[in-house]
Design a protein around this ligand. Structure first.
Ligand code: NAG
Ligand code: NAG
Ligand code: NAG
Ligand code: NAG
Ligand code: NAG
Ligand code: NAG
Ligand code: NAG
Ligand code: NAG
Ligand code: NAG
Ligand code: NAG
Ligand code: NAG
Ligand code: NAG
Length: 474
């Protein structure tokens, strides 16, 4: 404060062309800062700067398919009524048990004083945390890749200045902390960094891929965190996913989208996250451990709303590929791009980077006819093309819209099994009054059954999923 004031005085003096008087401090300022050596800092996991990007070109993999155990007990987990005792507790705001200590209510899990140890305690834990590590690794590389791949001019003309680029840099650097955390929890066989292939050829496509991929990572972690055996690891992962959630929102803002047009963020099963992530991993180190998760056939949303357009829902066949269905700018004429759009009577056609943007023309809307195409199973995907897409569903009959807390089914119409196409209509449902359920970056699965599931048991739907994609509802 005082220093600043002195500087300003000095500046004024110089301006007035007066001889500069050396300022003498008239106040004894208390010393509050002592320099101290940094305490020992835990090392980060070793990373390499991945210099090559692109599709896998190596020889066919010697091992293909998901990891499997020698015994598989059933083809699916049968549904059962609520567990015994679920309704025993009387939720009346009164205390119903002795207090373990003052100010401490009876109950909870992991609350009895045993020292927390963060390590996998089941195959479920290991496989879930390993999947999350794949996600952290790709993000580390992806955000760094974008900063290197696109020029300062390209960023500037997409409305992103040096401060914005530093924010992306910071988000890229955060990822190594997440990767280190999960590597330490998993131990020596933890998945290592891989090489990647990104469906992006300009800054706008990069931002859209980022906001969709981070939503996959975020929703993928929310789907399994409550189910982990090891709660201390769940705790630490949760505190990383909280950052991932902020990244998702920031990439939406950098792409000029409304940051969070929902009241709840969806959660998806691990196999959904793996399905949507794996196609962008080209190759992994040869001795990499494998994952158990299913790769579903990819769903193409033929008229996926394109957030780079003034009228997003005008788009047809404007994605860079199936599955995650990120936007392509290739076919948008300048007059249709929303980044610099102005309109004398209404400014809300514009989608330049901003804290928030109202868009007069919503990206999508209830009743919209959505055209779909799905892949057949048996396609090689993922690291070294060593995983195989698979479905155990019969002919798909339903589109399952997975958003917020809801799964909402709409009927597939004009199902064509020769070219795997159909259409459906975006349902008109609300999670709560005034909260339309279907909005934001969410998920669309084709299913052969209309199971009643919640975010907690959505994986019960897996045997019925025929194809899977990301839908850009808002
Ligand atoms: C990766 O690149 C960064 C900046 O370009 C550099 O500081 C760092 O030393 C590199 N790391 C390795 C392992 O090459
Ligand atoms: C729930 O209450 C019933 C009846 O009082 C009792 O038999 C049962 O053991 C309780 N279950 C749990 C999990 O507390
Ligand atoms: C805490 O609970 C776990 C089981 O949930 C038990 O194995 C452990 O012994 C308990 N610790 C203490 C200190 O009672
Ligand atoms: C950007 O990435 C693409 C795909 O990997 C590559 O072909 C291109 O050479 C890169 N451009 C720059 C400037 O790094
Ligand atoms: C938007 O306007 C800026 C500033 O005039 C320009 O640099 C940029 O190229 C324009 N971008 C698009 C996509 O029209
Ligand atoms: C989705 O959210 C945006 C932003 O709040 C809003 O403009 C749009 O109308 C919403 N869509 C639906 C279907 O409610
Ligand atoms: C979509 O575009 C690709 C090429 O970009 C083309 O191969 C494909 O046939 C198109 N699909 C439809 C349904 O128009
Ligand atoms: C661009 O438009 C052409 C002609 O309509 C279409 O065939 C092609 O698939 C489109 N490509 C992309 C990437 O949108
Ligand atoms: C933004 O959209 C909301 C909801 O439609 C509306 O109430 C508000 O007036 C809009 N604000 C601006 C500045 O257009
Ligand atoms: C899909 O997985 C099931 C169960 O492992 C297997 O029986 C089936 O042959 C697989 N289908 C394809 C197309 O690979
Ligand atoms: C699929 O086939 C139907 C009927 O033959 C045709 O109308 C439709 O255009 C085809 N769709 C695609 C994406 O090829
Ligand atoms: C899901 O949506 C339906 C309306 O279709 C609503 O009745 C239900 O309460 C919602 N479920 C949750 C958990 O919000």
């Amino acid at each position: 404060m005082i220093g600043n004031a002195l500087l300003q005085c000095a500046g004024l003096a110089a301006l007035a062309n007066l001889p500069l008087i050396r300022a003498v401090p008239f106040l004894q300022t208390p010393t509050t800062t002592f320099s101290s050596a940094e305490t020992v800092t835990p090392a980060i996991v070793s990373v390499m700067n991945v210099t090559s990007h692109g599709p896998f070109t190596g020889p066919p993999a010697s091992t293909t398919g998901a990891l499997t155990a020698s015994t598989i007990l059933a083809s699916e987990i049968p549904s059962a009524p609520p567990a015994p005792g679920t309704f025993n507790y009387t939720a009346d705001g009164k205390l119903h048990g002795p207090e373990p200590a003052p100010f401490t209510p009876n109950g909870g899990l992991g609350t009895n004083g045993s020292a927390p140890v963060s390590r996998p305690q089941s195959d479920y834990d290991y496989q879930s945390l390993a999947l999350a590590l794949y996600q952290e690794w790709i993000e580390w590389d992806l955000f760094h890749f974008g900063l290197k791949n696109f020029s300062t001019n390209q960023f500037n003309s997409s409305g992103l200045n040096a401060d914005d680029r530093f924010l992306i840099q910071y988000m890229a650097d955060q990822e190594v902390g997440h990767a280190t955390l999960l590597t330490n929890i998993l131990g020596a066989q933890a998945p290592k960094q891989c090489t990647y292939n990104y469906p992006v050829s300009n800054v706008r496509e990069f931002l859209d891929f980022n906001q969709k991929l981070t939503r996959v990572g975020e929703a993928g972690a929310y789907g399994f965190i409550p189910h982990l055996n090891n709660r201390p690891a769940a705790q630490l992962l949760l505190q990383s996913v909280a950052v991932e959630a902020r990244q998702q929102l920031i990439f939406r803002q950098l792409g000029g989208q409304f940051p969070m047009p929902v009241w709840h963020i969806p959660a998806i099963p691990q196999s959904w996250a793996w399905t949507l992530l794996a196609p962008y991993i080209s190759s992994c180190p040869t001795n990499q451990s494998r994952l158990i998760w299913q790769n579903f056939p990819a769903l193409s949303i033929l008229n996926q709303p394109n957030p780079a357009r003034i009228n997003a829902s005008d788009a047809f066949n404007e994605t860079t590929g199936a599955g995650i269905n990120t936007l392509s700018t290739a076919n948008i004429t300048n007059s249709q791009l929303c980044q610099n759009a102005t309109n004398p009577t209404n400014q809300s056609l514009n989608c330049a980077p901003a804290i928030t943007q109202n868009r007069t023309i919503p990206l999508s809307y209830p009743g919209r006819q959505v055209f779909l195409h799905w892949d057949t199973p048996g396609k090689l995907v993922g690291p070294n093309n060593s995983y195989v897409t698979n479905t155990t569903a019969r002919v798909p009959r339903w589109a399952a819209w997975v958003s917020q807390l809801n799964v909402t089914y709409s009927r597939l119409l004009n199902i064509n099994l020769r070219n795997q196409t159909a259409f459906t209509f975006q349902p008109n449902v609300s999670t709560w009054d005034h909260d339309p359920a279907i909005n934001g970056t969410m998920f669309l699965a084709l299913t052969d059954a209309r199971l009643n599931v919640t975010p907690f048991n959505l994986s019960q739907l897996n045997p019925h999923v025929a194809a899977l994609g990301v839908y850009q509802a808002g």
